[in-house]
Design a protein around this ligand. Structure first.
Ligand code: ADP
Ligand code: MG
Ligand code: MG
Length: 248
């Protein structure tokens, strides 16, 4: 079953063309890695899919599990089951992590015409899933991300993903230093939550993360397009040879 089908996606920021005809198809049960040189448009892709302000699709089509994704506002995209890792690390003073998640989870359930989560079920989920990312239980009751360290925000982000059970998670592991601990946490979360009904797209500049999570497909994004697709071995080849041999 196809969860995400991106066809000929063109997108711009501030009248600057960044994505120039990008195609990508992600089926349920798959892990895809998107790699590529700095400035290639990786984060732009994540932003366009999330519906972030200022990122405009100028051509193309994005189907998400049978729905025209670009017709939905960002909130609806999340409720349809799309999770963008950078969507949640915002700080929300005065709203506890737990209450934030319970509200988000119940909004998703309501949207799907499902019963709200019971207090007991919710607490069980919190206990089990915070353990996956070794999140300190005290952080659950603190305001969302306020005063969290970088590592705690990362744990919390993956905890949120675990709680919201998205159909498709897109994790943009921006180039700035994810330490080994953070990589291990992301990997533990992804490996634990991955099943035959969902899918993960990992955006990463470095091969390191892929030592911990084995992708089914590795794509190279350069100058706004996917220019090469392979298996896990492609990531190792890129680590060794860089990107120039593909773009020159
Ligand atoms: P990557 O994540 O692959 O490193 P980005 O998607 O962040 O690449 O950036 C792609 C291009 O878009 C770069 O040339 C970058 O300078 C430009 N860009 C990114 N964000 C903005 C913005 N808010 N305004 C203008 N240009 C931007
Ligand atoms: Mg970058
Ligand atoms: Mg980026």
């Amino acid at each position: 079953k196809t969860l995400l089908n991106i066809e000929n996606l063109h997108a711009e920021i501030e009248d600057k063309q960044i994505l120039k005809g990008l195609n990508l198809k992600v089926n349920a049960g798959e892990i895809h890695a998107i790699m590529g040189p700095n400035g290639a448009g990786k984060s732009t892709l994540a932003s366009v899919l999330s519906g972030r302000d200022g990122y405009e699709m100028t051509e193309g089509k994005v189907d998400f599990d049978g729905t025209d994704l670009m017709e939905l506002d960002p909130d609806e995209r999340a409720k349809e089951g799309l999770f963008l890792a950078f969507q949640y690390p915002v700080e929300i003073p005065g709203v506890s992590n737990i209450n934030f998640l319970r509200t988000a989870l119940n909004e998703i359930r309501e949207y799907r015409k499902e019963e709200p989560v019971s207090a007991k079920e919710f607490m069980t989920m919190v206990r089990e899933r915070s353990q996956i990312v070794e999140l300190d239980s005290k952080l659950a009751s603190r305001s969302v991300n306020v005063g969290f360290s970088g590592g705690e925000k990362k744990r919390n982000e993956i905890f949120q993903m675990a709680m919201l059970e998205p159909k498709l998670a897109i994790l943009d592991e921006t180039d700035s230093g994810l330490d080994i601990d953070a990589l291990r946490i992301v990997a533990a979360g992804v490996n634990k939550l991955k099943n035959e009904n969902n899918a993960v797209v990992l955006i990463t500049h470095y091969q390191r993360l892929l030592d911990y999570i084995k992708p089914d497909f590795v794509h190279v994004l350069a100058d706004g397009k996917i220019i090469k697709t392979g298996g896990p071995e492609l990531a190792l080849e890129l680590e060794e040879k860089g990107y120039d041999w593909l773009t020159k």
